[in-house]
Design a protein around this ligand. Structure first.
Ligand SMILES: Cc1cc2nc3c(=O)[nH]c(=O)nc-3n(C[C@H](O)[C@H](O)[C@H](O)COP(=O)(O)OP(=O)(O)OC[C@H]3O[C@@H](n4cnc5c(N)ncnc54)[C@H](O)[C@@H]3O)c2cc1C
Length: 486
């Protein structure tokens, strides 16, 4: 390893990518050193902004040689602190935002090849421009980048029909810790020539390699979309509605989001442009969307589903959007929820998933357990019920002390995660591990799986250059499986 101090390291990077792309001014760095929830504040030697795959690779090779950590960052919208640097002397943020070219749109192969810094919104727009759909959809899509989406294997509101980010990728280009570049930008839908390496990097949160470009899958653009907002008596009834919708509309059911009445109260009280869409009050609500590439309207199908559900008693009332404005207003109720919750004081958050069949009982049992153990707390489980993914948030007691409530974060995590794992669920459905859940991982992950993760990290990044301290705790004894099992 070459001995080099921070100043010499930055000087060398400036020679590689140009001095104006090595940012050390605290004011200019500030936006890269705090994440959207304000939970993590970072500290770093600099923010470096290479402009090409070759430059990313050169910076990596140098950092690897000189013993500096590289923290990849895209839109900085991640919710587990994975994009935050932690060492003002030995880490730099590597911002991918200058890698923002759309390299190719190929509507015949239904592919879109983009660089890592392209925002999700721009990728969606590039697909629309050729009458196609890139279905990944998140509330942060104006800012988050394809590199970050793939780094975290993002989920969002269309997973039910199209899968997670990992299901939307055909090929990848990745810069490795030692500066080599893997060119895996294939467009093949069938390729069984050995290990499928792209899935190693997708969801690895920048700890195994830096994604510099990707070939994304495109789908036919929807011609018919129906958006319904339904009042339902319980999460069990919501599940009955989902089953009925899937039975009648199959893969046309693209979105199925659950919200409790407390969530609707929050958004109509605190968030501009949010109005109660139904006349009466209901204990729970579902935002359901059907869409199809066929010209035939889905409205009749939606009306039949809802009519039957009202007759069967698992939907109490429903409305169907009759214009784009109405559709947007219904979506806003769902998307404003996370921000709206801030107005109710402190909240403790969870991003969990469960086998779908267990979701309704889990909501009831976990809410009851929380209320019994933390009197006055207000559970707010909501989210992507169609995928078995809940953002099981808990608001502080009304008028209570915020800091005292937040001091119970760990205890609440323990209760919610314990009940989740006991039912075969996951403590991180879509946001990743980052820093927030790193130390929880050994408690929930199969020990052999954890050993394999350490083995892969040691093989691909033996010097710990990539996103140090994220996902896996450094310094844990590295278990050589071949020795351990001999
Ligand atoms: C309002 C809001 C709504 C959200 N909704 C959802 C949702 O519905 N579903 C969901 O899954 N997430 C959601 N998120 C979380 C976040 O938007 C996603 O995780 C997103 O994919 C992160 O993209 P980014 O470009 O901002 O990545 P960053 O925040 O910059 O980075 C995230 C992680 O990816 C790594 N990374 C970044 N770029 C690369 C790269 N090129 N190669 C390798 N690793 C890289 C970083 O090191 C970090 O570990 C939401 C966030 C907000 C603020």
């Amino acid at each position: 390893m070459t001995q080099m101090d921070g100043a010499a390291f930055l000087e060398r990077i400036a020679e590689l990518i140009g001095p104006r792309y090595v940012v050390t001014d605290p004011g200019e760095m500030a936006g890269h050193l705090v994440e959207s929830r304000g939970i993590y504040r970072g500290t770093a030697l600099a923010v470096v902004r290479p402009g090409s795959t070759a430059e990313v690779a050169q910076v990596l090779a140098l950092a690897n040689e000189a013993g500096f950590g590289i923290v990849p960052q895209g839109g900085n919208t991640g919710l587990v602190g994975g994009q935050m640097p932690q060492d003002a002397r030995r880490e730099v943020v590597l911002s991918l935002t200058r890698l923002d070219r759309i390299r190719e749109v190929d509507p015949t192969s239904d592919t879109l090849t983009v660089e890592a810094g392209v925002t999700l919104l721009r990728a969606q727009e590039a697909a629309q421009a050729v009458d196609r759909l890139f279905p990944l959809s998140l509330a942060s899509e104006g800012s988050c980048t394809i590199g970050g989406n793939l780094g975290t294997n993002a989920g969002g509101t269309a997973v039910l029909a199209y899968g997670n980010a990992r299901d939307l990728v055909l090929g990848l280009e990745v810069a490795l810790a030692d500066g080599r570049v893997w060119n895996g930008l294939g467009k093949l839908r069938k390729d069984n020539t050995g290990y499928d390496l792209k899935h190693l990097f997708i969801g690895s949160e920048g700890t195994l390699g830096i994604i510099t470009a990707a070939v994304l899958k495109l789908f036919p653009a929807p011609r018919s979309t129906v958006t319904a907002f339904c009042g339902v008596p319980s999460p069990h009834a919501a599940l009955d509605l989902l089953k009925a919708a899937k039975a009648q509309a199959g893969t046309a059911v693209t979105t199925f989001e659950l919200m409790p009445r407390f969530g609707i109260d929050i958004v109509v009280t605190h968030m501009e442009g949010c109005r109660d869409p139904l006349a009466g009050r209901h204990a729970w609500y579902v935002l359901m969307e059907l869409s199809s590439a066929s010209q035939a309207s889905l409205e009749e199908t939606a009306e039949t589903i809802l009519g039957d559900a009202i007759e069967a008693g698992f939907v109490e009332d429903a409305t169907i959007a009759s214009s784009l404005d109405q559709r947007n207003a219904l979506w806003r109720l769902r998307e404003a929820l996370a921000v709206g919750q801030v107005h109710e004081g402190g909240s403790v958050k969870h991003d969990i998933s469960l086998p779908l069949a267990l979701v309704p009982d889990f909501i009831d049992e976990c809410s009851a357990a929380l209320r019994a153990r933390f009197p006055g707390c207000r559970p707010l489980p909501f989210g992507h019920m169609g995928d078995g993914n809940l953002h099981f948030n808990i608001s502080q007691p009304a008028g209570g002390d915020k800091q005292a409530f937040l001091a119970q974060w760990g205890e609440m995590n323990e209760l919610v995660h314990g009940m989740t794992v006991a039912r075969g669920g996951s403590i991180s459905a879509e946001h990743g591990i980052g820093r927030l859940k790193r130390d929880l991982l050994p408690g929930v992950k199969d020990p052999v799986a954890l050993e394999l993760m350490h083995t892969l990290k040691a093989a691909l990044d033996p010097r710990g250059t990539l996103n140090p301290g994220k996902v896996l705790r450094p310094g844990l004894p590295f278990v050589n499986l071949s020795v351990a099992s001999s």
